[in-house]
Write a protein that binds this ligand. Structure first.
Ligand code: NAD
Length: 361
């Protein structure tokens, strides 16, 4: 297979972790007979330095023409950087919004997986963790409260702020289909999260999700109210396989789920469009505090590359080879400093990438 990938190293630790992820992809290519072609573009602070804007139209066009995008992270030290002394639409993170919008990425997937080797970093009690957990949160990314009309005005002499939460059936259907498709590749369970006891948009959500479920008889569908879901995530995380939810609920729940894994340097993510195109990136930011020191954990980005193989290129075996290599490295006791524990061997960014490459079979 021949895959054209737009690579966005970005700022901070971005270039270091993306370099390792590309190294792992190249090793997969060599072992399984695929070619990964990379085209680099600038986004974030580095693009501001070069072009005065966080994402140029040309860079976006390059991304559109490729098969998928691999992103490190963008942004600098928010309290102390020249990139933040400007209007919000010119800051590094505006590049992220622009590329997500420009590429039509409406489906955000964030896995939350607990490696048993890292269970001590999980803030939950051992009896709650049980055999661990392995879930993905499928969050609608371009609708709902964050994209509705908003304004603040005086009503009867009182300052009043209004945000509008809107979903139409097509927006719900397309994200539900993505969630069920992914459930088919996993343990075939979808828990759809809403607030149908209060919100009209949630009642429509539930109705459309039930319609979509009819096309997936092998997948079990359960509905859960969002407040209950927030509770269940810390009471019994093992029950979740695929969580399907709208934009704001997904924003909050995916952060909660990532925190119970205890290790931000391990968490991958993907944002997909209607078809197979996706943008793959770690869940963490650009970590300017550790940039250039060869100590960043590259695993979240490497696992994001594995997601790319699975969701954009249907290369399930190859994705699994990366995930198995990561698992093996952890089992052998190698750790970057953020996940270091007693009795383990500490390695840097480059060494971690190399160890994972060597274990791709
Ligand atoms: P952050 O995720 O960059 O860092 C939080 C903490 O986690 C830091 O102590 C950092 O050193 C550590 N950390 C993060 N990733 C790590 C890794 N791979 N290995 C080891 N340690 C790691 O969050 P922040 O400090 O709030 O944000 C820093 C910058 O990143 C800001 O400019 C922010 O806007 C930006 N940001 C970008 C994205 C993105 O590009 N998608 C996402 C979140 C934040």
């Amino acid at each position: 297979m021949n895959c054209n990938i737009t690579v966005i190293p970005g700022d901070g630790i971005g270039p270091e972790i993306v370099r390792e992820a590309c190294g792992v992809l190249d090793k997969v290519g060599a072992v399984y007979g695929h070619t990964f072609n990379y085209t680099k573009i600038l986004m974030g602070g580095c693009s501001i330095d070069e072009y005065g804007v966080p994402l140029t139209d040309e860079a976006l066009e390059t991304a559109k023409k490729s098969d998928s995008v691999l992103l490190g992270a963008v942004g600098g030290n928010v309290g102390n950087s020249r990139w933040y002394d400007v209007a919000p639409n010119l800051r590094p993170e505006a590049g992220l919004l622009a590329i997500r919008k420009g590429l039509g990425l409406f489906a955000n997937i964030r896995p939350a997986y607990l490696y048993k080797e890292l269970a001590d970093a999980c803030p939950l009690k051992k009896e709650i963790i049980g055999d661990g957990f392995d879930m993905v949160i499928m969050r609608e990314l371009t609708g709902g409260l964050y994209f509705g009309d908003r304004y603040t005005k005086e009503i009867d002499g009182v300052t009043t702020a209004v945000d509008t939460l809107t979903y139409n059936e097509n927006e719900i259907r397309r994200i539900a289909i993505k969630a069920f498709d992914i459930a088919m590749k996993r343990r075939k369970s979808v828990i759809s999260v809403d607030k149908a006891n209060v919100l009209d948009s949630s009642r429509l959500w539930r109705k459309v999700v039930e319609e979509v479920a009819k096309d997936y008889p092998e997948v079990t569908l359960t509905h859960m109210l969002v407040d209950n879901c927030a509770m269940q995530l810390v009471m019994n995380p093992g029950q979740f396989d695929v969580i399907l939810t709208e934009n704001m609920f997904g924003d909050i729940l995916s952060d909660e789920a990532s925190m119970i894994t205890g290790s931000i340097g391990m968490l991958s993510s993907a944002s997909l469009n209607e078809g197979k195109f996706g943008l793959y990136e770690p869940s963490h930011g650009s970590a300017p505090d550790i940039a250039g020191k060869d100590i960043a954990n590259p695993i979240a980005t490497i696992l994001s590359a594995a997601m790319m193989l699975r969701y954009s290129f249907d290369l399930d075996k190859e994705a699994k080879a990366i995930e198995d290599a990561v698992q093996q490295v952890l089992t052998e006791g190698y750790r970057t400093v953020d996940i270091m524990a007693d009795g383990c061997k500490q390695v840097g960014t480059t060494e971690m990438g190399k160890l994972i490459c060597e274990r791709i079979k």
